[in-house]
Design a protein around this ligand. Structure first.
Ligand code: BDR
Ligand code: CA
Length: 308
């Protein structure tokens, strides 16, 4: 049975690939896409999410959410994703956004769901998810799993300490980590292993000539090579969270206690991942440690190439 799945995102070049992977995957029944400001402003992330879903021809509601973090001014990552969030690629406009606010759509979907039945994926700052679990914490009981692309065990990618999504809304993330539902973390330490290089772009172009594959290859071409990866390519952060649900055999991981630094100093947004139980605090997350890069890109390329 496909998993009932809700995706919260901030597209974003790598969010686009993640959404296409999810929508191409029979393992997932994507029922709702909610959008948050992050990589670029909410006006753009919403338009991008509508266009990305629209290009697949799938009828999945897309709903607008928060345009800034719970307790911090808005900050973007246009220096990676381009001013329009898709590396300058212009996609055809997608279907209109569904009415209402993300937090209301999430609440309605979870209230109607059976206990432990819905998988929630967070690919952006955790503002919408934090708001939801702050106003109705019992809805955590409706979740089978929360999978987040967020955080880092080692260095960050926006500050020396912090990864972009965690740094953007640490208070939102803290609420999600404490909610009691099983959480799985795809941190930078994992996503660094999903390095997209020019041969992957060529393989995608060879595998599919549909509108989604063509757009995905253009997006891959647009992303500046990562300094942290020595300029060899760029990381497919968000698709790692979806891939965990689609092909878990590609991953290894371990249970940990995870928390996030809420202080005002240089450590703000740093995730503290206790792999060895040194804090004595109970496990609240699975920390994904390794992925098989060949298997990852094989599945990602085949699935995106199968879309219209
Ligand atoms: C995360 O931040 C965003 O820029 C990406 O879309 C990804 O979700 C990586 O740090
Ligand atoms: Ca993202």
């Amino acid at each position: 049975m496909p998993r009932p799945t809700i995706i919260d995102c901030d597209p974003g070049t790598d969010d686009a690939l993640a959404l296409w992977l999810a929508l191409a995957s029979p393992e997932l029944d994507v029922r709702l896409v909610t959008v948050v400001g992050g990589n670029v402003g909410l006006d753009r992330t919403l338009a991008n999410a509508r266009a990305i879903v629209g290009l697949t021809g799938r009828d999945v509601p897309v709903v607008a959410g928060a345009d800034r973090a719970l307790m911090a001014p808005f900050a973007d990552a246009a220096y990676v994703h381009g001013d329009n969030g898709l590396g300058g690629l212009i996609l055809p406009d997608g279907p209109a956004a569904a009415p209402g606010l993300a937090v209301d759509a999430l609440r309605a979907a979870l209230r109607a769901a059976a206990p432990g039945s819905v998988t929630l994926v967070g690919l952006g700052p955790a503002t919408n998810l934090g708001l939801l679990l702050a106003i109705e914490p019992d809805l955590a009981g409706k979740l089978a799993e929360i999978v987040l692309m967020t955080g880092a065990l080692a260095e960050g990618n926006v500050t020396a300490s912090a990864e972009f999504n965690a740094w953007n809304d640490p208070e939102g993330l803290a609420i999600v980590l404490a909610c009691g539902a099983p959480v799985t973390l795809a941190t930078l330490d994992l996503t660094n292993q999903a390095l997209c290089t020019p041969p992957h772009v060529a393989a995608l172009r060879a595998a599919g000539q549909g509108a989604c594959a063509t757009a995905a290859a253009a997006i891959w071409d647009s992303v500046p090579p990562s300094r942290r990866a020595g300029g060899m390519g760029h990381e497919q952060h968000d698709a790692c969270a979806i891939m965990w649900l689609v092909a878990p055999d590609l991953f290894t991981g371990r249970p940990v206690h995870a928390s996030v630094d809420l202080g005002p100093g240089p450590g703000r947004g740093r995730t503290v991942i206790d792999r060895w139980g040194r804090s004595g605090r109970p496990h609240n997350a699975i920390f994904l440690e390794t992925l098989d890069p060949e298997g990852f890109f094989d599945v990602l390329i085949r699935r995106v190439a199968s879309l219209p």
